[in-house]
Design a protein around this ligand. Structure first.
Ligand SMILES: Cc1cc2nc3c(=O)[nH]c(=O)nc-3n(C[C@H](O)[C@H](O)[C@H](O)COP(=O)(O)OP(=O)(O)OC[C@H]3O[C@@H](n4cnc5c(N)ncnc54)[C@H](O)[C@@H]3O)c2cc1C
Length: 396
């Protein structure tokens, strides 16, 4: 019997599998879609600055992010040593720019908030913006960029490479990976006895559900009401003749992320559009327009591909991490919304703690399943609604 069956092969499921296998467990991952059908593949891979972990006054979500951030640096090195894959985790820095009075006001408040959290945040003159990123000179000179700040500690990582490295590392550690749709869960006397797939029932000693935006449905089959509302994000990838940016450029809710090979990723939308990971012509045009506004005609003919992913929204902005109430061998890790790549390492360590019976490294009370009255239908939860409102109304 496998020690742990993990359902879901996105960044959360694979990270848990890697950590568990590293502790000597026999692990099997069952996954329906892999690669680009997961939110994890679709993500931009931006890691905003994370203050050093250990500050007790930090909100729970920030604490998980800060701890995960420090683990990521170690994981990136380990993954490169184990698999030869460079995940492109780099401290590139992030510019946050505005084009309007309202946008500048929002950035001033954001800069104060970053400083209050202990992050270095440098307010820049327009001349300094051009010094940092000369490709923005035309946008600055025409008033398309009016000011902003630099977060030197902002990092970025390349999600498809990170996933490939995780998968290779899992295989080296003996993890068995199977393409399978889990469509029912067998329960017996307060335990999960098996998960039902098209090719039969899979048994394990423990089960970990890391099923992203689909987790609400999976959890409800175990009597747990959590909402992991799918919030679509669309991204376009441009191929430029040469890379013109060195840093991530955040512009309102949109952003440009330069890749080492010259490609430029432009994201993203925030849409409450159900389980439809498809792109729309309007969004693709809008994102291309952002690139053109900031970098000019250079980006005109450069569209290489476009994709969409479904972020798992949560009701209070925090992921759900912990034992599933009523079962002695089932755990859940879901609902990471916009930060699942960033929070994946801490999530993996703490879920591996739970599965192996070790005391969890961080306090899991704020993330506990059934921590509040969940709802499964109706308007989007407040944590998601705030982003949807920004996406609908906020101009840079
Ligand atoms: C456009 C976009 C940009 C983003 N940018 C960032 C960013 O910059 N930084 C960041 O940290 N995060 C970002 N995110 C968020 C991040 O991608 C998610 O929080 C994270 O990927 C969630 O990972 P997951 O493993 O829970 O879900 P997924 O990656 O969706 O994986 C879930 C897996 O479970 C499988 N599954 C579901 N149900 C079943 C079943 N019944 N049987 C078998 N398998 C099943 C699915 O097929 C899928 O493989 C972004 C997301 C999007 C869409």
């Amino acid at each position: 019997m496998t020690d742990c069956v993990i359902i879901g092969g996105g960044v959360i499921g694979l990270s848990i599998a890697r950590e568990l296998a590293g502790r000597g467990a026999r692990v099997r991952v069952l996954c329906r879609e892999q690669g680009r059908d997961t939110a994890s593949w679709a993500a931009a891979g931006i890691f905003p600055p994370a203050p050093p972990p250990g500050d007790g006054a930090m909100p729970a979500g920030d604490r998980l992010t800060a701890w995960s951030d420090s683990l990521h640096r170690r994981w990136a090195e380990e993954l490169r040593d184990e698999t030869g894959i460079d995940t492109e985790l780099r401290r590139v820095g992030g510019l946050h720019l505005a084009a309007s009075d309202a946008g500048l006001e929002r950035l001033e408040a954001a800069a104060q908030a970053w400083r209050a959290r202990g992050a270095r945040c440098d307010w820049l003159t327009t001349r300094e913006i051009i010094e940092h990123e000369p490709a923005l000179a035309p946008a600055v000179s025409t008033g398309g960029v009016r000011g902003g700040f630099l977060l030197p500690e902002e990092m970025s990582l390349r999600p498809p490479r990170h996933l490939a490295a995780l998968e290779a590392s899992c295989r080296q550690r003996g993890v068995v990976m199977t393409g399978a749709d889990v469509h029912a869960v067998e329960v017996r006397d307060g335990s999960v006895a098996g998960v039902v797939t098209d090719s039969g029932i899979v048994h394990g000693a423990t089960y970990c559900f890391a099923t992203g935006a689909w987790s609400g449905t999976v959890a409800s089959s175990l009597g747990l009401a959590i909402e992991t509302r799918p919030i679509r994000g669309q991204i376009v990838l441009l191929r430029l003749p040469r890379q013109v940016l060195g840093r991530v450029v955040n512009f309102g809710i949109e952003y440009l992320v330069p890749r080492a090979d010259g490609r430029l990723l432009v994201g993203s939308t925030i849409e409450d559009a159900g389980f439809a990971p498809t792109t729309t012509p309007e969004a693709v045009e809008r994102l291309r327009g952002v690139a053109k506004r900031l970098l000019g005609a250079l980006t005109d003919a450069a569209l290489e591909q476009a994709w969409a992913g479904l972020r798992p929204g949560s009701i209070d902005g925090l992921p759900t991490l912990g034992p599933i109430p009523g079962y002695d061998n089932a755990f859940i890790a879901a609902g990471h919304f916009r930060a699942g790549l960033h929070q994946s390492t801490g999530t993996a360590v703490v879920l591996a703690d739970l599965v192996t019976g070790a005391p969890p490294t961080i306090d899991l009370a704020p993330f506990a399943p059934a921590r509040r009255g969940e709802r499964l239908a109706g308007p989007p939860p407040d944590s998601v609604a705030a982003y949807l409102a920004r996406a609908a109304s906020e101009e840079a």
